[in-house]
Write a protein that binds this ligand. Structure first.
Ligand SMILES: O=C(CO)[C@@H](O)[C@H](O)[C@H](O)[C@H](O)COP(=O)(O)O
Ligand SMILES: [Zn+2]
Length: 198
């Protein structure tokens, strides 16, 4: 195996993370404020995405309900990509497009947040979830890449778009993961102040 190919994954990932830090710090800060404000008002966060982004949605919900780095009370977040009975029933009886939107209709309340994750910005089921969330007066935090795709065009001024400046799905997902950890950390700092070692 050519180790150069392996090294290039690490180098490209690191370079794109550095570029993204500058481009995304501001919208990530806005997203933290929006999440903290919603959670403080008794609202919750729903998260969805396909494939690797489904794993990201679960990962985020686990860190809010369980914990990130600090011991704290559980925070309300639900992954819409996780319940195989709901996902298979809705896909089988309705359509794959509706697997997330039905759950937004079931759980979503005005003031809740939808964390919509799509590297292309073009997944139809994530777009349908955003439509359902906007109908419910929820706010959207979209994690995308590749220019934001159709999702970028659906968002309103009240929403936050965190669009990774890259075109390769794997690299975009890698920045989504560090973004999710920055969101979790920002929520903890908003709750408790200071840094994790205090
Ligand atoms: O993890 C990967 C590729 O790295 C895949 O599972 C990937 O998430 C899937 O192809 C998704 O269906 C892509 O959807 P999206 O990010 O464009 O919304
Ligand atoms: Zn992947």
């Amino acid at each position: 195996m050519n180790t150069q190919r392996i090294l290039s994954h690490f180098h490209e990932s690191a370079e794109i993370k550095i570029q993204s830090a500058t481009a995304l710090a501001q919208p990530i800060g806005q997203a933290i404020e929006m999440m903290f404000s919603a959670l403080s008002n008794g609202n919750k966060i729903l998260a969805c995405g396909n494939g690797g982004s489904a794993a990201d949605a679960q990962h985020f919900a686990a860190e809010l309900v369980g914990r990130f780095e600090r011991e704290r009370f559980p925070l309300p977040a639900i992954s819409l990509a996780t319940d195989t009975s709901i996902l298979t029933a809705v896909a089988n009886d309705y359509s794959y497009r509706e697997i997330f939107s039905k759950q937004v209709q079931a759980y979503g309340q005005a003031g809740d947040i939808l964390l919509a994750i799509s590297t292309s910005g073009n997944s139809a089921n994530v777009m349908a979830a955003i439509e359902a969330a906007l109908e419910r007066e929820m706010r959207i935090i979209a994690l995308t890449g590749k220019g934001g795709g159709a999702i970028g065009k659906m968002l309103t001024d009240a929403d936050v778009h965190i669009c990774v400046p890259a075109d390769r799905t794997a690299r975009i997902q890698e920045v989504h993961l560090v973004t999710i950890h920055a969101l979790c950390d920002g929520i903890d700092v908003a709750l408790f102040g200071g840094d994790v070692n205090e």
